[in-house]
Design a protein around this ligand. Structure first.
Ligand code: OOG
Ligand code: MG
Length: 255
């Protein structure tokens, strides 16, 4: 990677560490953007964070319209982003956090040490309701497709509800989704908003991963992407996502 690309990874990493947004990079090259993301995530790993999974973005029309981007993006989840269900998260960790209701999948433990992209759908052994906190490191959440990929797809935090087993006949095509803040429902939708079926998001990840030679591990968590627009949250907010038949998950942004 060029010195310029390494400098962007460092700038985005520092923006997250200092909670200071940076100017939109105005990048256009998606291949380079994924390299910048890898470099950015490596910096976090070097500080002791552990890779725990993947996230998809812009898998629903609601999100595409909200952010003005129509291509699916993929980011990495690390241990530092994980928030316990019902837990508090320090609000000062974020710049301008937004929250989204998501469906999370888990790759099974019984497989070998790595899972190839083409085996992804078959490797799923769990599904859970999830909340994602996104926090763009760019001013005003404004970015190009390549910019947001470089910024690890705005990934900042996530909480998972209880895992349910996944069987072949599990139908996730139209489960009611709701997001509430302070006990008031602020968004409603359906899991069908995620590419018609959240399993399609795993299929999309599998295709992107094949092209980019990404490797998966048993236990990896995969967020399928928000079914509704993201909602800004402020300190003290209690947030809850509910997915029909899967239950709910909550977190509180600590004041
Ligand atoms: C990018 C992240 C998109 C989703 O679920 O669609 C995303 C952003 O909106 O800042 O996580
Ligand atoms: Mg998301």
């Amino acid at each position: 990677m060029s010195i310029v690309d390494e400098a962007l990874a460092e700038r985005l990493d520092n923006a997250a560490l200092r909670r200071e947004p940076v100017e939109n990079a105005g990048r256009q090259d998606v291949d380079i953007a994924y390299k910048v993301q890898e470099s950015l995530v490596s910096r976090r790993i070097a500080r002791g964070e552990v890779r725990i999974g993947w996230k998809l973005g812009f898998t629903s029309r609601a999100k595409m319209e909200q952010m003005g981007i129509t291509e699916i993006i993929v980011g990495r989840l690390t241990s530092e982003m994980s928030i316990a269900d019902g837990g508090d998260v320090d609000g000062s960790r974020f710049i301008h956090p937004r929250v989204e209701p998501e469906v999370a999948f888990r790759l099974g433990h019984k497989m070998g040490t790595t899972i190839s992209p083409c085996d992804l759908v078959g490797a799923i052994d769990g599904v859970a309701p999830a909340l994602e906190i996104i926090d763009s490191r760019y001013h005003n959440f404004q970015f190009t497709l390549a910019d947001v990929i470089a910024d690890n797809t705005s990934a900042a935090g996530f909480a998972l509800g209880t895992w349910s087993p996944v069987s072949v006949d599990l139908d996730l095509k139209d489960r009611a989704v709701s997001l509430s803040v302070g006990g008031k429902i602020v968004e409603r939708g359906s899991t069908g908003a995620i590419l018609g079926d959240p399993f399609q998001a795993i299929q999309a990840l599998s295709e992107l991963a094949e092209r980019r030679r990404w490797k998966f591990r048993p236990g990896d968590v995969i967020l399928a992407g928000a079914a509704t627009p993201a909602v800004p949250i402020t300190q003290g907010d209690v947030v809850e996502a509910t997915i029909g038949g899967l239950g709910s998950v909550t977190l509180r942004l600590d004041a």
